[in-house]
Design a protein around this ligand. Sequence first.
Ligand code: PHE
Length: 485
Amino acid sequence: MEIDKTESRIPLHKLEKQILSVLREKDGLNFADIGAKAQIKVDQVRRAIEWLKTKGLVNEQRINESIIELLEAGKSASRNGLPERRLLNFLRERGGKAELTEISSKVLSSDEASAAIGISRASKWIEVKKENGHAFVHLKGEPLATPEEELISTLSSPRRLATLTNKERMAYSSLAKRPGFILEVASKEVKIKLTKEGQSILIEEGSGINVTAPPPIIYSGRKHPLQNFMDEVKEIFVSLGFEEIVGPLVQSAFWNFDALFTPQDHPAREIQDTFYLRDSTIASPASPDLLDTVASVHQNGGATGSRGWGYKWNKDLTSRVVMRTHTTAVTVKYLADKTPEEARVFSVGRVFRNEKVTFKNLVEFHQIEGITVGSRVTLRDIMGLLSKFYERLGLKRVKFWPSFFPYTEPSLQSMVYNEKLSKWVELCGMGIFRPEVTRPLGVKNPVLAWGGGLERLVMLRYGLDDVRYLYENDLEWLRSVPLCP
Ligand code: PHE
């Protein structure tokens, strides 16, 4: 199964969470910016960035950049004005005219003065005239703030060259020609970028749990729906006053067939319907007395008053070992062992049939089986009991239909209406055990018996149309089946 990274939990420190949140708002910040936004100290930012890097949540990008900053002359110009501006101011204060020697001694240093006069003359802000052998400077016009002045006013702290406008760039190159004003320095900028995981990882907010975050789904261990259903079936029978019995999966042919008055040439006993265990036999599946009695019942009805099947019964065939084909082998053995006058027992278990696997047939499946023994029990009781059982499972449209089994008389079949498939489905065989079954065992009272497939009921419950699905172990389906229908 693929694991969704956003759902997997990487434990994060509080600082890491703060930084991730800041970067989600604006990616690609440097340490100082992150510190300012997250309100944490820069060295804490550095430390947390190291953790985030090892977790693969952020990357560092190193960018080479040029930074410009003011030198001494530039700083003084930002406080007092550029030399040319100071010259023009002085001239204005003097009524528009001053002697050149006065300017270079009182107002500006001689270096400043020559630069200021050069620039101002070139810009036609001033004129220099000789009068009586003395040089005088005349004010001709005063400019508003120059691009150089504007640039200087933005440089109270260093700026990245890349952030300058075109106009500022031109001002920068003219200022750069004048010694001592401005400096370009190469700097390495480190920017922090979120990785894909960093963008998608879940950040729990605050002190603990983000109650709106989708939680990872935890699939706890649970019973298979079939086992769950089996437990439900058992509970229903127990609540109806029945006791559970169990029996072996491997049986002698005697208990699976002969004791149930199933003739030895019955098609169900053929190798293509029943799995026989090769090379094994059960020497004496029953007492010699019982074997004799069953022999005569099969051949001529024995003491039951019926005519039997009228064939030569072969004792050797009873020793063959079969995988039980129905759980009726369990209830009939119970009758033989206990010879009860009253009883209500049931059994749920696996059975085996050598059949082709299809959407409705499996080679191994489960049956629910039961008997009621009592002096006054009738066919109506069995119909009532099974109607009750189906009702408890939520199946309301049930009907009973005549049927045939070698061991019951009369015999019925129960059918239930499948709403989804809009058709009647066979569920259970039932009837009253024939005297040919009960007399040889010494059971005097009538025995109501029924038995049927469990998987069919499970299919109805979960709306499945292929019984094989129950054994496919499709995790998605298994997890989706509700525990309480
Ligand atoms: N054993 C039968 C079957 O496998 C069901 C059955 C049980 C019928 C008991 C009658 C009595 O289909």
